[in-house]
Design a protein around this ligand. Structure first.
Ligand SMILES: NC(=O)c1ccc[n+]([C@@H]2O[C@H](COP(=O)([O-])OP(=O)(O)OC[C@H]3O[C@@H](n4cnc5c(N)ncnc54)[C@H](O)[C@@H]3O)[C@@H](O)[C@H]2O)c1
Length: 359
């Protein structure tokens, strides 16, 4: 079995998760870390138990390092991805792919030029709640998907004066790209046009909107809607998706999908730890709707079911060690980014934006 060395660029919270996945992979030999500040590199390297450096070139020029995980702040994703691809590395880059269309396009261009592995961190494709929904859709259990609604209300856990709250980049890239990506995945069609609105902020210290209402129309006629606000759930001061408290199931936190098909519907409900399916049949007087499937899981299974970054990254190390291509190609993630950038334009210019405008 071939083992590879890997590096993690950016050793913050998510960098720690990536190091944990690399440690859990039987395909990984040595793990290196990078932080631009030497003091922070030494500190985080010690805390995470990896060889950390502030010299990026020492990582890029190390021929044993085959795979680079990028978990740095969003503005440097494109630059680090491009440098790593050009240095001959396979790359797994966290979402958002980039903060603007130009950078995202450049990442795809360099991936195509180099032919190297590039996968974006849309780990919900590896999370059982959404994999189950996709499996039911692919089996035809709800017929053709015609509409989907995502309702995501959480608490404010980004905090004053952090890179997230200070960023001018919207939460469409930082958070909602995951959920736009799922609406594309479930619908199985290209996005044709986007209309998005945002209401005045409640969180006055964010440099970007704290709420978004994004509607998309797909080429096959299906539509979708995503409603997000970052303040309703009772405060917990931590990422509510990582700290699943029983009380959050009824204190204003919602992360639900309703996926409507011609023969039935699916509901995914993160804060209630369940996925359900409805079946529609012809009754003598009216359409009959019945709940026919319900799967629940326990708190100890949250990671596998909700945000399986760990499982995704363990799998990516295996793919790279075996010389296999990405399971979720970056070109597909680019389409999600394009829809997100279209939503940003729509909010600024207060109009419907056709995806064909974003060349
Ligand atoms: N997929 C997910 O669900 C998910 C969840 C959380 C975070 N993320 C993403 O992971 C990334 C990191 O988020 P986080 O929560 O770990 O933030 P964080 O603030 O905890 O860590 C960011 C790290 O990047 C480092 N950094 C700053 N400039 C850098 C540079 N030029 N090169 C390398 N490192 C640099 C910082 O020093 C810090 O250690 C973000 O892009 C975020 O969107 C994804």
């Amino acid at each position: 079995m071939k083992k590879i060395d890997v590096a993690v660029l950016g050793l913050g919270g998510m960098g720690g998760t990536h190091v944990g996945a690399a440690k859990a992979s039987k395909y990984v030999k040595n793990i290196y870390g990078y932080e631009p500040d030497a003091g922070r590199a030494a500190l985080r390297g010690k805390e995470l138990g990896v060889k950390a450096t502030s010299d990026l070139d020492s990582i890029l020029n190390n021929p044993e390092i085959k795979l680079i995980y990028i978990a740095a702040i969003n503005p440097v994703h494109a630059e680090l991805t491009i440098k790593s691809l050009r240095a001959g590395k396979a790359v797994m880059c966290e979402k958002p792919m980039a903060e603007n269309l130009k950078d995202a396009k450049e990442m795809i261009k360099v991936q195509k030029e180099t032919g190297n592995f590039l996968q974006i961190g849309f780990e919900l494709h590896y999370s059982k709640i959404y994999m189950t929904a996709k499996e039911w859709i692919d089996k035809g259990l709800i017929g053709k998907v015609v509409n989907s609604h995502c309702r995501y209300y959480c608490s404010e856990f980004h905090s004053r004066n952090t890179w997230r709250s200070n960023s001018k980049g919207t939460l469409i890239g930082e958070k909602l790209s995951h959920y736009i990506d799922l609406q594309r995945w479930f619908t199985g069609s290209q996005v044709k046009e986007v209309f998005s609105m945002t209401a005045p902020n409640v969180v006055d210290y964010f440099n970007h909107p704290d709420n978004h209402q994004i509607s998309m129309r797909f080429k096959n006629g299906a539509i979708s809607n995503l409603n997000f606000c970052m303040y309703l759930g009772e405060s917990d001061h931590r990422d509510p998706l990582l700290e699943m408290l029983e009380k959050q199931s009824d204190d204003g936190h919602f992360l639900q999908y309703h996926i409507f098909g011609t023969k039935g519907a699916i509901e995914t409900d993160v804060f209630r730890r369940r996925i359900r399916r409805w079946e529609f049949t012809d009754g003598p007087e009216h359409l009959v709707s019945k709940i026919v499937d319900k799967v629940t899981y326990t708190k100890s299974e949250d990671n596998d079911w909700i945000h399986n970054t760990h499982g995704q990254n363990v799998r990516i190390a295996e793919l790279v060690a075996k010389g296999l291509p990405p399971e979720n190609p970056a070109t597909d993630s680019f389409e999600t980014m394009r829809a997100g950038f279209a939503a940003e334009i729509s909010e600024r210019e207060q109009r419907i934006v056709k995806l064909s405008e974003l060349k």
